[in-house]
Ligand binder design. Structure first.
Ligand code: ARG
Length: 461
């Protein structure tokens, strides 16, 4: 058991208490950030005349050595330390002697851990953003290939109006694009350095916080030392954005599961992304989509947990906040894994476009267009709605589609119908007449695809 604070204690910590309190089993994840933060801190201490150049050199090279040794497996992060901060400091002192004891000058673990977690999460925000971008590329590819592929659009999971596969994929493009913009917002808002806030009230050393912040790539320093050590808003925002990504993935998964079912057969998930049954030889199951849908609960749980953990904590630092780490780490790993697998599944999935088109023709998806035809010939919409309703009843009885009705059958219901009704309710017209921006008509869709493409290529990396 190795602790940084033995001085005022007369007894050893109870073993169970020690284990309950320790965080090294999970905060070891940000050893690199902890060391990077310490190096910046020490550089600043030297610049301010708080450490000599020689001391700084010794500490920095000691820290670099620790970083290297952990990375190449020569130094194992040992569970005998309370947390990653204690481990790094202890190894440093062991390696370089007394100079190492000055590392923690003008710093508390409260601002240190606030920094480490921020550095870790800041990188992860960018990584999630990058994986989202890969998924958008897969979607854009499918969109470009399928501006003419008709499929039924649904409301209430009932066939509603015909759309195209490009249009359906385009809906997800917008969702994941918004997810990316949430990542960018979070990055901007969190990008202020808490180091130098001390335990809660700043320090009496003449620290240059702006300098430390700039060494670590932050936009500036945080402005209130109590808030700096007590703030976990950026984690809550990040978890909320991750939960939203999962909600999108889960809806998409649900659709793929439905589309992949025997009844729909709109898609076929590649063998490499499917699994079998131990008893039923014929089965090919969409387990990946189901797992993504399932793991959504886990990420929502992390968000709810942290919100609840934070809600009753008085200012400033309290140990409750140590609970932020495992939740956030797990949510990040889950979302990154799900996004990567999902993109792979989508990229290899076969779209059975002939089945989709056939399905779009059934289910009276052109009924609205038949009503619009009547409206264009002077019939008030409410009357037109009623007339087409009668036509649907008639067709249901005969088990035919609207376009299978003869002109005289149509005229029996409304004399307004002429020969050009067939063209007006053909699948192609139904789709391509929808030309307002955001609609599935080919021209409008191609315009949007151009915007999506520009978004992916022109954006600053
Ligand atoms: N492991 C702690 C955490 O994650 C580090 C900060 C400890 N600070 C303290 N005052 N005990 O929050």
């Amino acid at each position: 058991m190795a602790q940084l604070w033995g001085g005022r204690f007369t007894k050893e910590t109870d073993k169970l208490v020690y284990n309950f309190n320790a965080s090294i089993s999970f905060d070891r994840k940000f050893y690199e950030q902890d060391i990077r933060g310490s190096i910046a801190h020490v550089r600043m201490l030297e610049k301010q005349g708080i450490l000599t150049e020689e001391e700084k050199e010794k500490i920095v090279s000691g820290l670099c050595g620790i970083l290297e040794d952990v990375q190449n497996g020569e130094l194992e992060i040992s569970d005998t330390y309370e947390d990653i901060h204690s481990f790094v400091e202890a190894v440093l002192i062991e390696r370089i002697g007394d100079a190492g004891k000055k590392l923690h000058t003008g710093r508390s673990r409260n601002d240190q851990v606030a920094l480490d977690m921020k550095l870790y999460v800041r990188d992860e925000v960018l990584q999630v953003d990058g994986i989202l971008k890969e998924l958008l590329k897969v979607l854009l590819h499918i969109m470009k290939e399928n501006t003419k592929t008709a499929m039924p659009g649904f409301t209430h999971l009932q066939k509603a109006q015909p759309i195209t596969l490009a249009h359906h994929m385009g809906a997800y493009f917008e969702m994941f694009k918004r997810d990316r913009s949430r990542m960018h917002d979070i990055y901007e808002r969190m990008n202020y350095c808490p180091l130098g806030s001390g335990a809660l009230a700043g320090t009496t050393y003449p620290l240059d916080r702006e300098y430390t912040a700039s060494l670590l790539g932050f936009k500036g320093s945080t402005l209130n030392s109590m808030d700096s050590v007590a703030d976990r808003d950026y984690l809550i925002e990040f978890l909320s954005a991750l939960a939203t990504v999962m909600m999108h993935l889960s809806r998409f998964s649900e659709e793929i599961i439905i589309w992949n079912s025997n009844e729909y057969q709109f898609v076929e998930i590649d063998d490499a992304y499917s699994t079998g049954s131990s008893i039923m030889p014929q089965k090919k199951n969409p387990d990946i989509a189901e797992l993504v849908r399932g793991k959504t609960g886990r990420v929502y749980g992390a968000l709810m947990s942290l919100l609840t953990t934070m809600k009753g904590i008085p200012l400033a630092y309290n140990k409750d906040m140590q609970e932020d780490k495992e939740l956030v780490f797990d949510a990040i790993d889950t979302v990154k894994g799900c996004l990567t697998l999902f993109a792979g599944m989508l990229n290899t999935m076969k779209f059975r476009t002939e089945v989709m088109e056939e399905s779009a023709k059934k289910g009276f998806t052109n009924a609205t267009d038949a009503a619009d035809y009547l409206v264009n010939h002077g019939v008030p919409f409410r009357d037109a709605h009623g007339i087409v309703g009668q036509m649907v009843l008639y067709c249901l009885d005969k088990n035919i589609a609207l376009e299978d009705m003869s002109l005289s059958e149509l005229q029996d219901i409304s004399p307004v119908f002429e020969k050009d009704i067939y063209d007006a309710i053909s699948m192609e017209t139904c789709i391509n007449k929808r030309i307002t921006i955001g609609a599935p008509g080919k021209e409008a869709m191609e315009q949007v695809i151009g915007i999506c493409e520009a978004y992916l290529t022109e954006e600053k990396e």
